[in-house]
Design a protein around this ligand. Sequence first.
Ligand SMILES: NC(=O)c1ccc[n+]([C@@H]2O[C@H](COP(=O)([O-])OP(=O)(O)OC[C@H]3O[C@@H](n4cnc5c(N)ncnc54)[C@H](OP(=O)(O)O)[C@@H]3O)[C@@H](O)[C@H]2O)c1
Length: 304
Amino acid sequence: MKKILLQLDVDPQPCSFDAITAIDAGADTILRHGNVSVDNVVPLVHGAMFTRGANHLSSTGIFLGGKDISKVEDVASRISETFFDSIRVSVFLDPAGANTTAVAAVIAAKRHISFATSEGMKNCQALVLGGTGPVGQRVSRLLASEGVHVHLVSRSLKRASTCCQIIQKKIPNAHLEAISEKTIGAVIGSADLIISAGKSGIKMLTATQLSQAISNRVCIDLNAVPPAGIDGVHTTDDARRDGTKYIYGAFGVGVTKMKIHRAAIQQLFQTNDQWLDAEELLMLSERFMLSERSSFPVNKPINQ
Ligand SMILES: NC(=O)c1ccc[n+]([C@@H]2O[C@H](COP(=O)([O-])OP(=O)(O)OC[C@H]3O[C@@H](n4cnc5c(N)ncnc54)[C@H](OP(=O)(O)O)[C@@H]3O)[C@@H](O)[C@H]2O)c1
């Protein structure tokens, strides 16, 4: 059976990056649809569920993307409601590359910082710049779910607070604080981890601000377009040592991101019941990283 990927995108044009990556990962045919919404997604999903017979459902997968993360989440809920019993296909969500990028950034940070909280130990403190964008929201959610105390930064305290509330709803015991970019100075000194997920080509942190980050052990800038999002970070930095800290640039993280994306596409076609959102992708990736030489995809499905 040919592996068919139904590429659904809430943007007008389905993303070409996602299509090319899917082909490189082994999808035989890609059916691409833009402007997908809660109002038109059900017939598309029915096409994937009912055409090839129950025994072949794992040969069809759905990729869901698009820049508007809340639209993507609404469409994802509608897709999930459309499935019933075992009549379903596996789904991989990666709005604007946010899930795969966030997972790669979190994996980079975990190489150097232990997030595990134990009694008497202070939580790891993270500063997420550009925390309201798709990548920043996902980075914040993943860190919060790992027990990290997240300071989510925006130019607007209101936007930062809204994002914190959305994450808190999903992770009730999350430690999140909304921060205005004007008050970064009050918290930067305690940040063990700094991740910049600001708009591409925008400087989010100056060298002077970074020099105040006296607790900083890992510094990640996800922006690949000059000028650097964090002064002094180079796009190719990949665990570059600078005193006591490790530095990553966009390409340093991007290599892992691409591995995760391709692996998730391959994983989709293993069984018909997987739901690969940020948390499942982190789990999948950690399993993979732990056994780097073992082949991907993994044998066990990652279920919803
Ligand atoms: N390395 C990789 O593999 C990879 C993959 C995907 C994306 N990326 C990069 O990750 C970063 C985040 O992507 P994204 O799609 O989440 O970004 P985005 O939505 O374009 O922007 C993120 C946030 O940046 C803030 N922002 C926008 N304009 C600003 C300005 N002029 N000054 C200060 N802040 C500003 C906004 O927050 P407020 O308006 O709330 O302040 C916005 O929510 C980008 O640099 C992107 O290129 C890297």
